[in-house]
Design a protein around this ligand. Structure first.
Ligand code: ZN
Length: 244
């Protein structure tokens, strides 16, 4: 089985469309680590696509916030404004779909999906030290996570934890060691934050045991225009161009 692993779509249709065009023919099944909506201006289009195409998904904190499952006072003003706007914008069917999303971890065929970390769906796993604390919680040899919007992740092998990806690149393939356990972030499709504005995603081929990190350039200006037209905070458009 070849998996297309997506996370943190954040209602950015232009980015998602570019990823799907690049990934065409390279996967059998799509999985998602959450944050379908929030920040971007296409919550309905992106949610409808997820409903039709992603059989296995876990909820993200923005998915909760945009359907009234969270108190918005914990969000910064920009994220909060976007969540409030998304709440009013979502169709009843899309709202219900997001409200019903399951909390991670979810497992399938030896891989697992979480949003933040296996221990806490809202935890940010950024450094190898953060990851080391999670060793007892790993639900599967290969766990995919999101939330940080940073492509890469960690390998746990012989009591050591190390980064699997050193720098942002156009494409990098990693051979998955059968003795290692992994916590892997495909990066964010809709709002990358590692200084590279191109959409981030990953492929995993479980027969070949190959993990590939990918980036896709997309119509950033188009996504920005929609953010402005929706009356969302300008900062949300700016950060897309900077990848931050
Ligand atoms: Zn996110």
């Amino acid at each position: 089985m070849r998996y297309l692993i997506l996370s943190d779509l954040h209602a950015n249709w232009e980015a998602l469309e570019a990823v799907l065009a690049d990934a065409q023919g390279e996967y059998d099944r799509i999985v998602c680590c959450g944050d379908v909506v929030g920040y971007g201006a296409d919550p309905n289009r992106v949610t409808e696509w997820v409903r039709q195409n992603v059989p296995v998904i876990v909820r993200g904190n923005h998915d909760r916030a945009c359907v009234g499952l969270d108190d918005l006072q914990w969000f910064n003003p920009v994220a909060r404004r976007a969540a409030e706007w998304t709440q009013t914008e979502l169709t009843p069917d899309n709202f219900q779909f997001l409200r019903d999303l399951e909390r991670g971890p979810r497992e399938l065929n030896g891989i697992a999906l979480v949003h933040g970390s296996p221990a806490d769906e809202d935890e940010y796993v950024i450094t190898a030290d953060d990851a080391a604390q999670l060793w007892p919680y790993l639900p599967a040899p290969l766990t995919f996570f999101g939330h940080t919007h940073l492509q890469g992740g960690f390998q746990f092998i012989r009591k050591q934890v190390r980064d699997v990806l050193k720098a942002t690149t156009a494409r990098e393939t990693v051979a998955v060691d059968p003795e290692g356990w992994y916590l892997i972030n495909p990066g964010s499709v809709g709002q990358p934050r590692d200084g590279d504005p191109s959409a981030a995603w990953a492929l995993y081929d479980n027969a070949q045991r190959l993990l590939t990190f990918r980036r896709s350039r997309y119509d950033v200006a188009g996504a920005q225009r929609k953010i402005h037209e929706a009356g969302l905070p300008a900062a949300l458009a700016l950060r897309l161009a900077r990848g931050e």
